[in-house]
Design a binder for this molecule. Structure first.
Ligand SMILES: Cc1cc2nc3c(=O)[nH]c(=O)nc-3n(C[C@H](O)[C@H](O)[C@H](O)COP(=O)(O)O)c2cc1C
Length: 195
């Protein structure tokens, strides 16, 4: 167990992970990022394809530019959202200082190399492993779906050295949480049948 491990059990990590939207301190060190990526690739993967690849962004200026690009790309996609969701998001997008990465110092993007029927599932399973491992290390994470549109543009793929045919699936910010995040209640599992 490394110094950063909290000793949380798998179940404790599942129940205590939260979408963290406030961060403090410097970007994660290399060793911690590598440990999180190693946890990510322990995820189950269809036909053992391991179809994922990762980019790590810690350059603050690049994160800010990506946030700005994502805000304009997302503005166009919003037309297809239900009105309630659109209103909630519009408010944030209209705030010029709003950084979609909440000033976190590290962004990990999980990319699908080929696209296939189970590739997105593989990448999301890797994403959940990464988030639970981060939680077990006392770190906060949040999926930033907002960033997907910008990441999948030819310009951002080129900035990040990513081949044009790859697809950004899961952008996840990671860092030391600035405070505690209260749990968000869940509906009970809807069991439709149990025969
Ligand atoms: C696919 C996906 C996309 C998400 N995109 C965003 C996002 O762009 N910005 C954000 O603040 N949270 C985002 N979230 C986090 C959710 O809002 C959060 O998980 C949800 O409110 C439940 O809170 P919890 O994770 O603390 O239980 C995203 C979560 C998922 C799974």
């Amino acid at each position: 167990m490394s110094d950063r491990d909290t000793g949380l059990s798998a179940l404790e990590a599942i129940y205590s992970r939260r979408a963290v939207r406030s961060y403090k301190g410097p970007p994660l060190d290399r060793e911690t990022v590598l440990a999180l990526l190693d946890a990510a690739v322990q995820a189950p993967t269809a036909v053992h394809e391991e179809p994922w690849a990762f980019t790590v962004v810690q350059d603050r200026g690049m994160l800010r530019n990506l946030s700005d690009s994502a805000k304009s790309a997302f503005g166009e996609q919003m037309r297809n959202l239900p009105p309630g969701q659109r209103l909630r998001l519009q408010h944030r997008l209209d705030t010029p200082d709003f950084n979609i990465f909440y000033d976190a110092g590290t962004l990990v993007v999980i990319w699908a190399k080929p696209m296939g029927p189970f590739v997105a599932a593989d990448c999301w399973l890797a994403a959940q492993n990464l988030m639970l491992a981060a939680c077990a290390k006392g770190l906060g994470t949040c999926v930033i779906g907002f960033a997907v549109g910008a990441l999948n543009t030819p310009e951002w793929k080129a900035h990040l050295g990513v081949p044009a045919e790859w697809t950004a699936i899961a952008p996840i910010i990671v860092g030391a949480p600035a405070g505690s995040t209260p749990p968000v209640p869940r509906k009970k599992p809807e069991i439709v049948s149990w025969r």
